[in-house]
Design a binder for this molecule. Structure first.
Ligand SMILES: Cc1cc2nc3c(=O)[nH]c(=O)nc-3n(C[C@H](O)[C@H](O)[C@H](O)COP(=O)(O)OP(=O)(O)OC[C@H]3O[C@@H](n4cnc5c(N)ncnc54)[C@H](O)[C@@H]3O)c2cc1C
Length: 462
């Protein structure tokens, strides 16, 4: 304990009292909470090497977990009896004077980034919600509302600063330590603690039209027909989520559309939403908001009442086939009917243009899924812990269902996605053709497997 305090970081343990300790363990999902021995908040980057040195010098070495926003629904950013390095105090955000870049520390959240972006009147390719951390989101790839226009978030990182397992702090970019730069763009948490990212900035994309349009589940076929029409005409400045949800107060199955339309001073959203509105939704809250900060808060009301146990799994799919969507819809209706405590479980389909993702080769970054695709997230939610096993089963089976159907329809597997994985996925399928290079780089940057949580990459020493 003294050794950890001597690092200069703030150390929280059970000895600090129930409130401080519980609050330090808190995560977006109650299922992500584990009882760490110590939660350590570095307030300066130089504190981190000393924490790593302490943990790795113990016999046996103490497990280290790294937390940024704590939004991932796994337990990767938590530790049972080990140390959590919580980066929350390393949360500075700085927009460069020429407004070409935004430098964000590795412990900040998109909400804090958007506050600075709002002041400087710029945007970056970032996450959709304020509470999601930059660290997990970016090292996992990062699908953003801006992806159709500007690619994945990792395609917009110019450089980074990483604390390595041996305690060295290195700057990495296309020209400095390029192997590491390649690995952290989609390789997850396996190569070091990214304490700083330099992101490309661009002129603001607002105003944006966002909100919820909802229909009774009985209308699903009509809604999906309009979705397919929209898919044939969409531009790079718009995207939509389609969700299957049971909203209060009746908790009946519903299909909802969550649009995001950028540069909406042009009135494009009226055109995009007209066919959806013609279907006479039961709810339509769509309205313009000025910037990404407002977008990132647009679903706060829903999150505030969401049950605490959340487990998410995602799958990448090659196309949005109506029969696949309908198949999952009916499975989801049956599951939520039979398991009332898990009725807040939702299915979310992200519909957005993928040309920019595909403009980068599958071996150019550690993130390999570069053929055009869409992503789907199954979000199991329940109030009671007893529902968790059945919910996890539904989430895993639904993911497999989509992957199986994808293989049947295309002969290919579109892959998994770290940001919505649970760590149990076959590693070959998470990293595809990039796994051999990642294993070599694991041997180079983390031979002793200090980073032992997440989608684990075994070092290849040959
Ligand atoms: C409501 C919701 C919506 C989401 N929407 C999207 C979306 O639209 N697009 C998308 O791409 N993802 C999305 N995600 C997934 C999200 O990007 C991941 O859960 C991501 O890991 C969260 O980042 P975090 O920093 O909050 O995670 P944490 O839980 O803090 O950490 C997750 C993992 O990242 C590692 N990590 C965190 N910070 C660092 C760092 N600085 N250096 C190295 N490793 C680090 C942790 O060790 C851990 O393994 C969403 C998640 C939620 C809950």
């Amino acid at each position: 304990m003294e050794a950890l305090k001597n690092t200069g970081a703030i150390v929280v343990s059970k000895a600090d009292g129930e409130e401080a300790y519980t609050s330090a363990l808190k995560r977006n999902s109650a299922l992500s909470v584990l009882e760490a021995e110590y939660v350590i908040y570095p307030t300066e980057i130089r504190h981190i090497p000393a924490i790593i040195a302490y943990a790795t010098s113990q016999s046996p070495p103490i497990e280290i977990a790294v937390k940024c926003g704590g939004a991932h629904s796994s337990t990767w950013a938590s530790s049972n009896g080990g140390i959590v390095i919580d980066l929350a105090r390393l949360d500075a955000v700085r927009v460069s004077e020429d407004k070409a870049t935004v430098v964000v520390q590795g412990g900040t959240t998109w909400g804090k980034v958007y506050i600075e972006c709002q002041k400087a009147n710029v945007d970056v390719v970032g996450g959709p919600f304020w509470f999601v951390g930059v660290g997990g989101y970016l090292t996992g790839g990062g699908y953003s509302p801006f992806t159709p226009e500007r690619g994945l978030a990792i395609d917009n990182i110019l450089s980074a600063v990483v604390v390595l397992a041996d305690g060295r702090t290195v700057r990495t970019s296309a020209t400095e330590e390029p192997d590491l730069f390649w690995a952290i763009r989609g390789g997850g948490n396996q190569f070091g603690i990214v304490v700083e990212f330099t992101l490309k900035a661009f002129p603001p994309g607002g105003p944006f039209t966002v909100g919820i349009i909802a229909y009774p589940g009985t209308e699903i076929e009509k809604v999906l027909k309009v979705v397919q029409d929209w898919k044939a005409t969409y531009t790079t400045r718009e995207k939509m989520n389609i969700t299957f949800a049971r909203p209060a107060p009746h908790f009946k199955p519903a299909v909802t559309i969550l649009p995001w339309v950028s540069q909406d001073a042009s009135g494009r959203s009226a055109e995009v939403l007209a066919p959806f509105r013609a279907l006479k939704p039961i709810l339509d809250t769509c309205a313009p908001v000025p910037d990404m900060l407002a977008v990132s808060h647009s679903l706060d009301g829903l999150f505030a009442v969401a049950p605490p146990h959340l487990t998410i799994r995602g799958a990448l799919i090659s196309d949005l086939w109506t029969d696949l969507m309908l198949g999952l819809f009916y499975n989801w209706v049956a599951f939520t009917e039979e398991n009332p405590d898990a009725k807040s479980t939702t299915v979310l389909w992200e519909l957005s243009g993928a040309d920019k993702i595909a403009a980068v080769g599958s071996t150019e970054t550690a993130f390999h899924a570069r053929e055009p695709h869409f992503w789907v997230a199954i979000q199991g939610r329940s109030s009671a812990e007893e529902s968790v096993p059945i919910m996890r089963k539904f989430v895993a089976e639904s993911t497999e269902y989509m992957r199986r159907e994808n293989r049947k329809k295309t002969g290919k597997d579109a892959g998994y996605f770290i940001n919505f994985a649970q760590g149990e996925e076959p590693i070959e399928e998470v990293f595809g053709p990039n796994l051999p290079r990642l294993r070599k780089l694991k041997a180079k940057y983390d031979p002793k497997k200090v980073w032992s949580k997440g989608c684990l990459i075994e070092p290849d020493f040959d």
